[in-house]
Design a protein around this ligand. Structure first.
Ligand code: ADP
Length: 491
């Protein structure tokens, strides 16, 4: 029986999942790993450890269902985006720890860059907002701070990769140095429209082309795994950054379809078709994973979503588990006018205010624990609504529905409230591991394991659907009260 193997390399774990011809997940294996925080704001990982644990997870998942690794017909990869590895082309050794997407070490440089005359060109070409989050300033930092590395990179002795590239290079015994267009679109070095590295951007960040991987489509065979690693030579045929993989795993292949992932933060992506979107609301323009031709998406993120529930649990001690928040919120008929704005690290799109700080407001003598818990959950939905309305204003079209996944999408109160606030249906699929699934789809279509988009669309099944159930007046009132609370965080 042939299967597809998906490697899902996240920020906190490396996972591997095996899928059958109906797109059903039949095996999964996980290895957790840590970050290092060598200085305040710095976040690093050991790229060699990531590689080792990813392979352990892959071998374990294969062994759960296959009699021989030859049964794996295709391999897809999805990964934490923007994280930077630079390594020696001959020895394969990283020259420094991987700089993780969350790392703020280049924040000062990015602030200066954002005020420079290059800022407009950078944002227009890349579709991104200048920030330390993206790969370019991190690569530049390594070339400026690791002895002799700028010269060695220019000589072609060093290679750069995000984690997809690093894993593929190792899986192929150093034969393939590639990345896909979705990952490349998060480096701030790619021309979003053409899909190639941009010489202007490379010059601004002082990065030699010689160290960059070749950009390939997200679905297509790029090489074969070295047979010594997984026990068979397996075609590597799907690659996408985690959020774009989730968009594919949610079968959002057409313009107007969107997904929101409710994890620590929220990531909302709206498929916007074959032309690059231009946001008037400072949302990001990015590449979507496609199985033929160019595809783009608009992306927005909420910094503190599920993290607000962790705050209720760990800082305030109001709940013992995240799941309890659901019954507590439902124990009240309404929010009683209490609002929590979890602007713990400022506010993202569409407000973009890094100086905003969180607040709890609207307290009366009758307000209790349950009000705070409910307000924190509601804040996740309000912030998502702010993103979605920015997306709708950019695209000029209302969303048909929002497909959801991630840990906090298990909260039924939150999902109903989200539908109420958006005035649009919310749909949660049966397989909520959409990231790994998306990589499997991209890999499977490239090798003919899956027949194409239509078949994948037929696999997508709703587990539960929530319809808006409040009046337009009530919705307007809630949004007005939320907006007042947000305004107070920005004083
Ligand atoms: P990540 O991939 O960012 O680690 P997950 O998708 O695993 O996140 O989701 C974990 C987050 O979701 C945590 O912040 C947790 O507080 C939140 N969460 C998990 N279950 C629930 C729940 N039932 N209700 C509300 N929040 C939840």
């Amino acid at each position: 029986m042939p299967f597809v193997l998906s490697l899902d390399e996240g920020t906190t774990s490396a996972r591997a999942a095996v899928y059958d011809r109906q797109g059903r997940r039949i095996a999964m294996s996980t290895r957790a790993f840590n970050c290092q925080y060598p200085q305040p704001g710095w976040v690093e990982q050991d790229a060699e450890e990531i590689w080792r644990l990813q392979i352990e997870a892959a071998r374990e998942a294969i062994a759960q269902v296959c009699t021989t690794p030859n049964e794996i017909a295709a391999l897809g990869i999805t990964n934490q985006r923007e994280t930077v590895v630079v390594w020696d082309k001959v020895t394969g050794k990283p020259i420094a720890p991987a700089i993780v997407w969350q790392c703020r070490r280049t924040a000062q440089y990015c602030t200066t860059l954002a005020q420079s005359s290059d800022a407009k060109l950078i944002e227009e070409r890349s579709g991104l907002v200048i920030d330390a989050y993206f790969s370019a300033s991190k690569i530049r930092w390594l070339l400026h701070n690791v002895h002799n590395s700028a010269q060695r990179a220019a000589n072609g002795e060093l290679l750069f990769g995000n984690i997809d590239t690093w894993l593929i290079w190792n899986l192929t015994g150093g034969r393939c140095h590639v990345t896909d267009v979705t990952n490349a679109s998060r480096t701030m070095l790619m021309d979003l429209e053409s899909g190639d590295w941009d010489d202007h951007l490379l010059r601004i960040f002082e990065i030699p082309r010689a160290m960059l991987p070749k950009i390939v489509p997200s679905s297509g065979i790029v090489g074969e795994t070295d047979a010594a690693i997984l026990g068979a030579a397996i075609p590597i045929s799907g690659i996408a950054g985690d959020q774009q993989a989730a968009l594919a795993g949610q079968a959002c292949f057409r313009p107007g379809l969107s997904k929101n992932t409710y994890g620590t933060g929220c990531f909302a992506l709206l498929h916007s078709g074959a032309k690059p979107p231009h946001s008037r609301n400072r949302l990001l323009a990015t590449r979507a994973a496609s199985m033929g031709g160019k595809a783009f998406a608009v992306e927005g993120s909420v910094f503190v979503a599920g993290a607000a529930v962790q705050w209720l649990r760990d800082q305030l001690g109001l709940i013992a588990t995240a799941g309890e928040s659901e019954q507590m919120a439902e124990s009240l008929p309404d929010n009683g006018g209490v609002y929590v704005v979890p602007a713990f690290v400022g506010l993202g799109a569409p407000h973009w205010d890094s100086n905003a700080r969180g607040l709890v407001c609207g307290l009366t003598r009758g307000a209790g624990k349950a009000h705070i818990v409910r307000a924190a959950l509601e804040s996740i939905a309000f912030q998502t609504r702010d993103l979605v309305s920015a997306m709708e204003s950019d695209s000029g079209e209302p969303l048909k529905e929002l497909r959801v996944d991630g840990g906090a999408s298990m909260n039924n109160f939150l999902m109903q409230f989200q539908a109420d606030l958006l005035g649009r249906p919310i749909v949660r699929p049966t397989d909520s591991e959409t990231t790994a699934l998306g990589a499997a789809y991209l890999a499977g279509v490239a090798t003919g394991f899956f027949s194409g988009q239509q078949e994948l669309e037929s696999f997508w099944q709703a587990d539960r659907r929530w319809e808006p159930a409040i009046s337009e007046d009530h919705r307007k009132q809630l949004i007005a009260e939320w907006n007042q609370a947000v305004a107070r965080t920005r004083a």
